[in-house]
Design a protein around this ligand. Structure first.
Ligand SMILES: Nc1ncnc2c1ncn2[C@@H]1O[C@H](COP(=O)(O)OP(=O)(O)O)[C@@H](O)[C@H]1O
Ligand SMILES: [Mg+2]
Length: 262
């Protein structure tokens, strides 16, 4: 597939995306096309531009140069509401008011679909109930937000994004600060969702479950392809500063990465 057909068939694409704040270039000339139905992982060391890329792709931040297109239309030409009907994002440090219940927090996801002509209706309740069930939180639906654990809040943020009924979901390190059981269950959930997902991840072995990986380094996209293609020993050394090689798990034949400090 060449670059132009890739762009045409893509749900969300970036061309020549750059972002600078007060002369500091946080992102330089990033071009990529997200394919319908895929699960794209964004990996890279701290400060490499993962969150900046997610913020630009979701329209939270505006690029200094270059363009993001959603469904073939420039993001800059779309209304906030129109964007939110197609795209949902869970930011790295998502916050929610403490004084509401979990269900009320998830109900906020319906906001882009409501108007004077389309007030809250039964189907909005059904969508919210389904989103809460999808993240296995139905039993906590009426709990006050401040009583939820970090993992429960993270799942609730994902439910809020699902209630938006987006075509594409962007998640910035959704497993941060969670215990290993919660990390694995959030990742399994994300991979099972019937939407296109873009997910920034820290743990390279956890990123192996993605269809493709975008590797960020110093604000640039330095590799894009299947995990096995892009996480070569050379790349692990150059971008992550570690020695690494692939192993095959004798238990199930899965490929895993063995990583050591250089
Ligand atoms: N508003 C800002 N002003 C100046 N520098 C910023 C700002 N936001 C992020 N940065 C810097 O931009 C770089 C990329 O940040 P970020 O996208 O958050 O990286 P990552 O998510 O990969 O850790 C980092 O060096 C960070 O310190
Ligand atoms: Mg980040």
């Amino acid at each position: 597939m060449n670059a132009s057909t890739d762009l045409l068939g893509s749900l969300l694409s970036a061309t020549g995306l750059s972002y600078a704040v007060k002369g500091a270039h946080l992102l330089r000339d990033v071009s990529l096309a997200i394919r319908p139905g895929e699960n794209l992982g964004i990996v890279g060391p701290n400060g490499s531009g993962k969150s900046t890329l997610i913020r630009l792709l979701s329209g939270i931040a505006t690029p200094t140069s270059g363009e993001v297109r959603l469904d073939g239309r420039a993001l800059s030409a779309l209304q906030r509401r129109g964007i939110a009907q197609r795209l949902a994002v869970v930011e790295q440090h998502a916050e929610t008011s403490d004084s509401i219940s979990l269900r009320q927090a998830v109900e906020l996801g319906r906001t882009p679909w409501l108007s004077a002509l389309a007030p809250w209706a039964d189907h909005d309740d059904r969508i919210v109930d389904q989103a809460i069930a999808d993240v296995n939180l139905s039993h906590l639906s009426h709990r006050a937000w401040h009583t939820l654990s970090g993992g429960e809040r993270q799942r609730a943020h994902i439910a809020r994004a699902l209630a938006q009924r987006p075509q594409i979901l962007l998640l910035d390190e959704p497993t941060n600060h969670l215990d290993i059981q919660q990390q694995l269950s959030i990742l399994r959930l994300v991979h099972q969702l019937p939407v296109t997902t873009v997910i920034a991840l820290h743990d390279l072995n956890q990123a192996l479950a993605c269809d493709r990986l975008a590797v960020m380094d110093g604000g640039q996209l330095v590799a894009l392809g299947s995990p096995f293609e892009v996480l070569t020993p050379e790349r692990l050394h150059a971008t992550f500063g570690v020695t690494g090689h692939w192993l095959t798990d004798p238990f199930d034949g899965a490929r895993i990465l063995r990583l050591r400090s250089t």
